[in-house]
Unconditional design. Structure first.
Lengths: 112, 116
């Protein structure tokens, strides 16, 4: 079983829509959680860290449910520029130094 | 703008060539990483340097040879690569090694490598 599982999509939504991505992780010792976005042929860029109490950054809201080992990302009022692949990333406590575990990514296309 | 700088942006080389990829960060980060990414796949970890020492080698073939000359620089020396090594090579850094810190990794914009 993969350490991090994501629905690969693709998600195709109109501008202004609300879209949610889910991610599950298998190791309960997982320590820190992130959402990255990656545009086609570009590097991954940190979108937001995910905190236990949930956190919001503008139109983006991230939630963590440790009991269910589940992370979500909600995007409100989608923009064309939100089109990208969204990577769920987990760091596992006690893992070998610096080891991040990546989901396979969820592809989002926002259409006008 | 990325704070992790990689050069070159693109590289085409033959299977007998020797080349090097370079990565630089001036954020004072003490952990640096090399990843390989194929199309439509997530990045795959290759090497981790922690405080300028190699701490992880993910069973990478010896035709890839990393080097960390100082805390700001990371090189990846390439020799006798195969066509299947064509990929995007990403460098990343983080404030501390991941096992000790909740800090995220910051990626450079990558070197797109093509092996002929």
């Amino acid at each position: 079983r993969k350490e991090v599982e994501q629905d690969p999509g693709p998600f195709n939504v109109p501008e202004g829509a609300t879209v949610a991505f889910n991610c599950t992780y298998s190791n309960s010792a997982s320590q820190s959680f992130f959402w990255y976005r990656q545009d086609c042929r570009k590097e991954p860029k940190l979108l937001m860290s995910v905190y236990s109490s949930g956190n919001e950054d503008g139109r983006f809201t991230a939630q963590l449910n440790r009991a269910s080992q589940y992370i979500s990302l909600l995007i409100r009022d989608s923009k064309l520029s939100d089109s990208a692949t969204y990577l769920c990333v987990v760091n596992i406590r006690g893992s070998t130094l610096g080891r991040l575990y990546f989901g396979r990514g969820t592809q989002l296309t926002v259409w006008p | 703008d990325t704070e992790v700088t990689q050069t070159p942006k693109h590289l085409v080389m033959g299977m007998t060539n020797k080349k090097s990829l370079k990565c630089e960060q001036h954020m004072g980060h003490r952990a640096m990483y090399w990843y390989k990414q194929k199309a439509k796949k997530p990045p795959e970890l290759m090497f981790v340097y922690s405080y300028e020492k190699l701490s992880i080698n993910e069973s990478v073939p010896s035709r890839f040879s990393p080097e960390c000359p100082n805390s700001s620089l990371l090189n990846l020396h390439l020799h006798a690569l195969q066509p299947e090594d064509s990929a995007l090579y990403l460098c990343a850094s983080s404030q501390e090694p991941g096992a000790y810190s909740n800090q995220p990794q910051h990626f450079g914009d990558g070197t797109r490598l093509s092996i002929l």
